[in-house]
Design a protein around this ligand. Structure first.
Ligand code: IMP
Ligand code: MG
Length: 280
């Protein structure tokens, strides 16, 4: 199943902003945009039409691999049409995951003596491990899930989807769940102060990708519940953790410490229940 994560409209709006930012930064210059094949094709096509400075367009196909001596060697599958020597290069890719591909590609391009290299990725996966490269321009940060659409593939399919979705099935398959230990279900309930729901939502939006990226998090679903008059008054997290250990680490994480501090003023009560399956 594919769950929509960024709609076509959200993508278009963000690409427009990126184009404006890039145009401003390169005012008076000519930019060489290099789309990293195949994933960056739709994004690069949209991006260049939102850039107002003169643009040379090129493409580059390579993939990175890891051997014993170094991380992220480059397997180059195509050459550029035009030389980038003395040019201002903008490398465009679909997503920054571990960052090894982009780091290796930047190194490869440096050897061609451009006058400058910057990088632009549409998505940047939130990982707990540091990345060897930081993109100069980023569309959206995204939780550590498998995403498809808008150039991103799963076994070469789905690149043509006009939106970006999370591949629910792949995500679950890729996740190594140790079933020898018991999964833990948790429900956390908060009663929210009047007129504070908007603030809670903003905090939840920040928190959820970080929690979902934690090791051993199987589900972390935020929900509203209304009071008897139909007002949104309660907030629930429905959670599943791979093990007691995973839940313990979650509760001790720095983002949960920050969250507890942040919501103090916004909630009236809070209860956390660790469930024991009735085994029926
Ligand atoms: P990295 O070297 O780990 O940063 O990998 C980057 C490349 O892996 C991207 O250019 C994508 O082609 C691919 N990739 C990483 N994550 C995803 C994903 O969630 N969906 C589809 N492709 C991905
Ligand atoms: Mg790619």
């Amino acid at each position: 199943m594919i769950r929509v994560r960024f709609t076509q409209q959200e993508i278009a709006r963000r690409v427009r902003e990126l184009g404006e930012e890039i145009s401003k930064d390169y005012q008076g210059k000519t930019l060489t945009v290099v789309a990293l094949l195949n994933g960056a094709l739709p994004f690069a096509a949209d991006l260049i039409r939102n850039i107002s400075v003169p643009v040379y367009l090129d493409t580059f196909a390579a993939s990175s691999y890891v051997d014993d001596s170094s991380c992220g060697k480059l397997n180059v599958r195509s050459s550029l049409k035009n030389s980038v020597e003395g040019k201002d290069v903008l490398l465009v890719d679909d997503i920054l995951d571990t960052g090894f591909s982009l780091a290796a590609t930047v190194e490869h391009f440096r050897k061609m003596n451009p006058s400058g290299i910057r990088t632009c990725v549409f998505l940047d996966k939130i990982l707990r491990t540091p990345k060897p490269v930081k993109a100069d321009y980023t569309g959206f940060p995204v939780e550590n899930a498998y995403v498809v659409g808008y150039g991103l593939d799963s076994r070469e399919l789905y690149r043509n989807l006009p939106f970006i979705g999370i591949m629910e099935k792949e995500e679950k398959e890729n996740q190594i769940i140790d079933r020898s230990t018991k999964m833990i279900h948790v429900v956390a309930e908060m009663e929210i102060r009047k007129d504070c729901m908007k603030k809670i939502l903003a905090l939840v939006k920040e928190l959820v990708p970080l929690v979902r990226a934690e090791k051993g998090c199987i589900q972390y679903e935020p929900n509203f519940a209304v009071d008897d008059e139909g007002h949104e008054k309660y907030f629930f997290f429905v959670e599943t953790w791979e093990s007691e250990e995973a839940l313990k680490n979650h509760l001790a994480s720095p983002h949960m410490a920050k969250w507890r501090e942040d919501v103090k003023e916004l909630r009236l009560t809070s209860r956390v229940k660790v469930l024991s399956p009735a085994g029926i």
